[in-house]
Design a protein around this ligand. Structure first.
Ligand code: HEC
Length: 176
């Protein structure tokens, strides 16, 4: 093998790496937090990703309130109260802000494992659990509100009413 053949792939790989770092920076500039549209009591970013909405007087949207309850029934045993993390599992209030929404959904649906000589870390798959899957956006927006500190620790206070559309979607999802 001549020396070019050895060097070229490395240079090529390095340029690919630089390219992916650049595109990650570009992605970070996308506003993953601010609600710009709403539909029947659900709020979305400019990219159509679910997000929270907290009014100037502190009133929170229904999904954020519902997510607070669902998180504390299904996730907090491993991830710690209020998304703060534990010695066993990461702080999801940060994950919800930093991870892509679809990646977040994928991990919850399909689970993830890091098990070897020095790790024993298992995120279960919740894809078959309607008490999680029917409230996944609720849990996600709640954690995002915690991650930006828009929502303080503690039981949330004033909230919007549950809309008819949210009530209907919930019944459909649960198969009622
Ligand atoms: C039995 C313990 C356990 C429960 C219950 C659990 N998780 Fe996890 N979760 C973990 C562990 C451990 C990890 C880290 C997995 C790894 O190392 O890849 C994790 C990772 C994650 C990640 C990836 C975080 C990141 O920053 O990469 C997400 C998202 C997540 N969990 C969401 C949830 C949600 C939402 C719930 C509740 C519906 C939940 N988990 C319930 C143990 C758990």
């Amino acid at each position: 093998m001549n020396s070019f053949a050895k060097v070229l792939p490395i240079a090529f790989a390095a340029s690919l790496l630089a390219g992916s770092v650049l595109s990650q920076d570009a992605e970070k500039k996308v506003d993953n937090i601010t609600a710009v549209t709403s539909e029947d009591g659900r709020y979305y970013t400019a990219d159509g990703v679910p997000t929270y909405k907290i009014a100037p007087d502190g009133t929170i949207d229904w999904l954020t309130y519902s997510g607070f309850r669902r998180y504390h029934s299904e996730c907090h045993v491993c991830h710690g109260p209020e998304g703060e993390g534990s010695s066993y599992a990461p702080a999801l209030k940060n994950s919800a802000v930093n991870m892509d929404y679809y990646a977040f959904v994928d991990v919850v649906t399909n689970g993830r494992k890091k098990v070897d000589a020095s790790h024993n870390s298992v995120m279960p798959a919740f894809g078959d659990n309607v008490n999680v899957m029917c409230y996944l956006d609720d849990i996600y927006v709640y954690l995002k509100a915690r991650g930006t500190d828009a929502l303080p620790r503690g039981r949330p206070g004033k909230r919007e009413d549950k809309s008819d559309a949210i009530r209907q979607a919930e019944a459909d999802c649960l198969g009622h």
